[in-house]
Design a binder for this molecule. Sequence first.
Ligand code: NAD
Length: 505
Amino acid sequence: MSDVRIPEETAASGRTIPVEDPARGTIIADIPVLDDAAVHALATRARMAQPAWAAAGFEARGAVLLRARKWLLDNSDRMLDTISRETGKTYEDAQLELSVAVESFTFWAKNAKKYLKDEKVAHRSVFIVGRKVKVRYEAVGVVGVIGPWNYPLVNAFCDCVPALMAGNAVILKPSEVTPMTAFLVEEMLNDSGIAPDVFAVAAGDGATGAAVIDVSDTVMFTGSTRTGQAVMERAAKTLTPVSLELGGKDPMIVCADADVDRAANAAAYYGLLNSGQVCISVERVYVEAPVYDEFVGKLVANVRELRQGANEGAGSVEVGALTFAPQLDIVRSHVEDAVAKGAKIEIGGKAGTGTGRFFEPTVLTDVTHEMRCMTEETFGPTIPVMKVDDVDEAVRMANDSIYGLQASVWSKDTAKGEAIARRVEAGAVVVNDAILNYVAFGAPMGGWKQSGLGSRHGANGIRKYCKTQTIMIVPFALKKDLNMFPYKPWRSRMLGKLVKAVYGR
Ligand code: NAD
């Protein structure tokens, strides 16, 4: 791509990786790979730049982000084109990323200070009567953010935003499949007046990611569960804290009293958005028997209307390409495995035959938990639908998973919907909607079970990039407290009585 500048200083290892346009099957760039020494050099410069960035204060850091927001909106065509070209996304899928990003800049510029201000700690311990206790937050130093290919702006750069707002320097290791967006982000921040070396892009593959872990004070990782385990293992060597946002197999539970039209529209959209390459997409559906036929009929009718292909501008196609080459084999093998075990293809079911990497939007029925499409993350444009006798069976099936990222429940009775939501093992459950809780930036987003560790957004979304320091101050004090040396029988007895008087009631 001619209009995204690849920084020269990244040309370190001599190795390069080709970047593909998956919707057109063409190579759009060759990016240099940073080796261990180059990542260490970036970290050294980041450490030198960080104290001044931390000292600049929330207003100054927020001002850079708000200028970046303006830059992003002024340069939206360039950003949308870059995201779409390296991912194969539709125009609207790229536009969604950009909209979430500007909301993220706005949220953190406004709220970082509130989450990180000193906190008074109330206490009633008799041992520290009269003492003042407070907790303060301080930036850890250098944060390493390692991102996946499915949302190169949102799931990579947007996790850098609170880290920067907390006063850290950040090294972003984008996916080697989609690095161009990160280079454009670097240009955006430089044009917005960020101090040199506070933000850097470490382009490369897994080895570069491992080097980033070694030089970071905290690691924020988004990607597959398997790589998440490797990241945690590597970070254990230096006892570096990690936050892990991993895979999911999000269930959708459709109750007999659901608005079936809305549920079928949402299943098509949230199952096939971004070609199903969304960690929190609808990956499997459980429908109560009385509305099963109606739901499947409406879902298939919706999917039949969809156009798939390369992005030719706004409104040109609904479903884009598969970004990452091995993903095509995973999707195909899940469909083949399901069919071999008795599933029925209602629509779709095949890879595209023209240029570009596409798999038809697919609806599967007669599926069971013996099939990979119901237990493993497919991360593609497939929607397997299972009929269940009742809500209890739906909840049991939803919870029959190693994952616990997100879920959705559909019922016109929202109190009942919430009661079901509370029984589902997932970090977030949405009633009569899906995915959109992601933009409620004040609420934590993170997975249970093997879907992750920690969370993004909300208070923890920025405090995790900080060290805490507890400060206790003694304003007025005796020359000697009762518990100090030397021990005397009367003082020990008095202390014993005091504890009984306070806690024995
Ligand atoms: P991945 O795990 O293959 O790669 C993620 C990143 O890790 C890449 O930048 C990669 O280069 C890097 N990496 C690979 N090996 C590494 C190592 N040993 N040490 C350090 N870094 C290493 O994931 P992916 O295929 O890019 O993304 C798809 C996965 O991401 C899916 O499972 C999806 O569910 C998940 N995801 C989760 C969330 C979430 O918020 N929970 C969001 C988006 C994507």
